[in-house]
Design a protein around this ligand. Structure first.
Ligand SMILES: Nc1ncnc2c1ncn2[C@@H]1O[C@H](COP(=O)(O)OP(=O)(O)OP(=O)(O)O)[C@@H](O)[C@H]1O
Ligand SMILES: [Mg+2]
Length: 375
């Protein structure tokens, strides 16, 4: 069942159309992430759901209740929408200490004092701020203020949570810990969560559904697996994945052995059931799917190792392949590799193709698992 529905939402700021027409259904209890580059309309979408921003046209339905309709003129203010939110500017009350900031909504809801105390202690512990209840926001660092905002959300236990980059001011270690904590919070509260980030790792690790946006338009929505493995277009393919996906120009051909893609004179087998006409295409392969081999095979390409960058559990390898820069990723710590006498291969089932004109992914027909056009 859909807990949050946006229908045909448009939002203009003067002559600037931030959301040209947005339709979105968010299932009850799900963790949905809006992901996209700066200025793509993530915050605007969240503010429209919260009621902090009135859409220009369209409809917002929360838990089956219309809270905004440009047609009927309904507009329910944010405080009556029953949601908890953290926005980019974390907006703590500057004149209230941490404890009061966290428990304000609870005391307004006439919860007994012992509940306030319990929730405060629990929330502070979860964000690792025990002992700071007595400080004013101005006496905290940016990251600590952000965690107070998260604690407030934990304490309030709303059924819909909206979070706009709630971890952006934290250092890398704390960010990873808080990510785990927020995911656990979501599992415990079963609250429908809309999370905004431009950090793809956060999106991939936390979400049930990722919605990728660009210029106010949804490019794709799907599970992290779908977004990563079957990007709908070149924009999504390039936006997700670090190091970035490799994109190369190739020509699709049908040869005696089956469908191949010609790249710099080598005919590389393609996955079974590839649609699309013969002709120029963009071929894409993720760095971790490139095979590095030490002898030449029928589909291998000669490569020269340029830069080797170990990151700990993995190593990023920058290669030069017949004048093209290609990035490979291997799952081990490597400090150097022989510069020459290596080859790379593109396994057929790891190749994705994009139409040159529309930039959309060229789909595969449904085929039996494991089947391939490999010659
Ligand atoms: N109050 C405003 N007045 C005018 N334009 C605005 C206003 N708020 C947002 N915009 C514009 O609307 C577009 C979407 O902004 P929004 O804040 O939703 O982006 P975002 O995806 O959250 O970006 P970021 O990742 O930088 O936070 C941007 O082009 C922005 O400049
Ligand atoms: Mg924003």
């Amino acid at each position: 069942m859909s807990e949050i529905t946006l229908r045909n939402i448009t939002k203009s700021y003067g002559s600037h159309l931030a959301l040209p027409s947005l339709d979105l259904d968010i299932p009850k209890g799900s963790f949905v992430t809006l992901l996209g580059p700066s200025g793509c309309g993530k915050t605007t979408t969240l503010r429209v759901i919260a009621g902090l921003e009135q859409a220009t046209t369209g409809e917002v339905v929360l838990g089956g209740k219309t809270v905004y309709s440009s047609r009927t003129g309904v507009f329910v203010p944010p405080e009556r929408r029953g949601l908890g939110f953290i926005f980019q500017s974390y907006a703590l009350w500057p004149n209230m200490k941490v404890d009061r900031n966290i428990t304000l909504a609870l005391s307004e809801a006439k919860q007994p004092v012992h509940v306030l105390k319990e929730r405060l202690a629990e929330a502070l512990a979860k964000v690792q701020l025990t002992g700071l209840a007595d400080r004013y926001p101005s006496e905290l660092s940016g990251g600590q203020q952000q965690r107070v905002a998260v604690a407030r959300l934990i304490a309030a236990r709303n059924s819909i949570l909206l979070m706009d980059e709630p971890l952006s001011n934290l250092d890398a270690k704390l960010r990873t810990e808080m990510r785990t904590e927020l995911k656990r919070l979501h599992r415990e509260l079963e609250a429908t969560t809309v999370y905004v980030t431009h950090d793809q790792v956060e999106a991939l690790t936390m979400s049930d559904i990722i919605v990728v946006m660009k210029d106010g338009i949804i490019q794709q929505q799907g599970s992290p697996y779908e977004i990563y493995h079957n990007p709908a277009n070149l924009f999504v393919a390039e936006f997700i994945g670090d190091p970035r996906i490799n994109l190369l120009d190739g020509i699709l051909r049908t040869s005696v052995g089956g469908r191949v893609v010609s790249f710099e004179g080598t005919d590389i087998p393609t996955p079974a059931g590839l649609h699309g006409a013969d002709g120029p295409v963009t071929l894409a392969i993720r760095p971790e799917n490139i095979a590095i081999v030490d002898r030449q095979g029928p589909f291998s390409l000669p490569a020269e190792v340029d830069i080797v960058q170990p990151t700990g559990s993995q190593t990023i390898i920058s290669l030069s392949v017949m004048g093209h820069r290609i990035t490979a990723l291997i799952p081990r710590f490597e400090t150097s590799l022989p510069r020459k006498n290596i080859w790379i291969e593109f396994p057929a089932d790891q190749l994705t193709f994009f139409d040159k004109g529309s930039a959309s992914r060229i789909p595969l027909a449904q085929v039996a698992p494991g089947a391939s056009h490999a010659a």
